[in-house]
Structures are given as C-alpha cells and as structure tokens.
Design a binder for this molecule. Structure first.
Ligand SMILES: Nc1ncnc2c1ncn2[C@@H]1O[C@H](COP(=O)(O)OP(=O)(O)O)[C@@H](O)[C@H]1O
Ligand SMILES: [Mg+2]
Length: 283
C-alpha cells in the first residue's frame, strides 16, 4: 500500500547503488510525499515546506541547497522525525514515521538515524572512543568491534581515541561526531551544515570521510549545505526555493553548483556585477 503512495515522486527515479547500501530491501532510505510544514497562523503564517515530494536513495550522498529561509533545515528535520509535518507523509526505509507515537518515533530515531550537527555536540568529560559509542551505550546495544574499528579507520581517528574533545582540533572533534553517527550503522545520516564551523581544510577532510563512508561502507547521507564545494562531494543536489524542490543536479561539481547558484541569485555573479553571463542569460 505504501508503495502505491510513493509512486508520485517528481525527482529522478532511484537506481540501486552498486555498493549495495546497508543491506536493506528498499532502494529508498527516506521518502516524503506532499510534505507541508506551516509555522504560525493567519497573517504570520509561514509555509516552510509546500507539498514536497522527495526520495532519498540508499547508499548515496544527497545534498540539499537553497537560499536562506528556503526550508532546508525544516525538510531535514521533518525527514529525520525531529519535527512534525502539517500535512503529508514521511517514511524512513519502509516505516512510515508520520503518525508514529512519540515513544516509537524516539526509538526509531535512535535505531535508524544518525545526526551530525554544525556544533559537534560531544560530551567534554568523555574521550573520543566513549563519545563514539555513547548512543549505543545509552540504547543498551552491543558495540560491533569490527565495524567500530572500520569506522574509526575510515574517519582517521586511530591514535586519538583516548583524547578528550578539548584535546582535539575542531576537525578532529567533527570526525568524532561523524564516527559517532556512523558507528551505530544507522539507515541514514542527516547533517545540517556539518562542516559549517570548520576551516576549509578540516571541512574537506570531513567531506572526504563522508564520501568514503558512502563508497566503502554503503552509508546513506543527506547533508544541508550552502557551500558549492561541500555539495560537490554529493551524488545529487536538491535545490529548494520557497519551500519547494525546484531543481536537482546529478554528479555535481563545485563549478556547476556555483554556476547554478549565481544564475538564480538576485544580482547575479558578483564577479561581473550587473552583467549577463555572456551566454544570453541575464543574471
Ligand atoms: N520554529 C519556527 N517558527 C516559525 N517560523 C519558522 C520556524 N522555523 C523555521 N521557520 C521559517 O520557515 C522558513 C524555512 O526555514 P528553514 O527551514 O530554517 O530554512 P533554511 O534552513 O533553508 O534557512 C523560514 O521562513 C523560517 O523563518
Ligand atoms: Mg537552516
């Protein structure tokens, strides 16, 4: 039944990735149908999401871009079950989360979803290793040592595991946050500007690790970013404007993302103020 409901996706049909994802049956890690989110009411009503249809492919890296206030964070929070929708339906894997009771939703978030935030959210009194396994310890889940070793290896943290957050650089702390998200083998990881607080070198390292976790570990990642370079690590970029998905780009490069941003930005290319781009398109 849910399959029928999901046939109306407007974006590119999802192909099953070669890496095979994380061994789940569905090629879709998360889906939304006619997702609408309104804040406030009457005069002050804001439509943050306006009937969004979206499929997130399993084992792929998806970036969400768009101007400030376009609904990126709201979409991510709704998909991740951190926020409720006003209308529409959302699935994580084969489980519809819209309508789930609080307890079930909390459990599903804990078991199936990983988060990486801009501020790393590490506990200062725990060392790196303890921070990484904390969510599993809280959930009372056995830590899969082989997997943990692989994750730690992938994010390049071996040799730093006994360090506390204040003994680590920003980039290293964010690696711990990435490892923490990966360690529990979530069906999907959501990041809201996960490299927003890092210098470009540390950011590039983290994005490289996220990319490798998709290619080598079969992880599914959704990342909100405003940075064309960050977006270029993704397989696909979804563009939001005024609460709608207005465009997508497959196999993005930093150049193609930047070019698109400038084309749609009021005022156009700051490098050629007030001019067209030379190919007949006004800025
Ligand atoms: N808690 C809230 N209360 C009222 N309005 C909100 C709230 N959160 C977001 N909005 C509004 O919803 C729209 C989308 O916000 P958001 O998803 O944060 O955009 P983005 O992440 O793309 O910058 C904006 O107009 C914002 O002001
Ligand atoms: Mg935001």
């Amino acid at each position: 039944m849910t399959e029928d409901k999901r046939e109306t996706a407007v974006t590119t049909p999802v192909r099953v990735p070669k890496a095979g994802g994380s061994g789940e049956r569905s090629a879709i890690a998360a889906a939304g149908r006619a997702v609408t989110k309104a804040y406030g009411s009457g005069e002050t009503r804001v439509l943050a999401l306006d009937a969004v249809d979206v499929d997130i492919a399993r084992g792929r890296f998806t970036a969400i871009m768009g101007p400030s206030g376009s609904g990126k964070s709201t979409l991510m929070h709704c998909l991740a079950g951190l926020d409720t929708v006003s209308e529409g339906r959302i699935w994580i894997g084969d489980t519809e989360i819209t309508g789930l009771k609080d307890k079930k939703l909390t459990q599903l978030r804990r078991d199936k979803i990983g988060f990486i935030f801009q501020s790393f959210n590490l506990l200062p009194t725990l060392n790196a290793a303890e921070n990484i396994t904390l969510p599993m310890d809280i959930a009372g889940r056995r830590v899969d040592r082989d997997w943990l070793d692989r994750v730690v290896e992938t994010v390049g943290l071996a040799g730093r595991l006994k360090h506390r957050p204040n003994q680590l650089s920003g980039g290293q702390q964010q690696r711990v946050a990435v490892a923490r998200a990966l360690a529990a083998r979530p069906e999907i990881i959501f990041g809201d500007e996960p490299t927003g607080n890092l210098d470009s070198r540390a950011g590039a390292e983290i994005l490289g690790f996220l990319r490798r976790s998709v290619d080598e570990l079969g992880q599914t990642i959704v990342m909100v970013t405003h940075d064309p370079v960050a977006a270029s690590y993704a397989d696909r970029v979804l563009y939001l404007a005024d609460g709608r998905i207005v465009d997508e780009m497959l196999s993005p490069t930093a150049e193609s993302v930047l070019e698109r941003m400038l084309r749609f930005q009021p005022g156009g290319d700051p490098r050629t103020p007030g001019d067209s781009d030379g190919r007949g398109r006004a800025s």
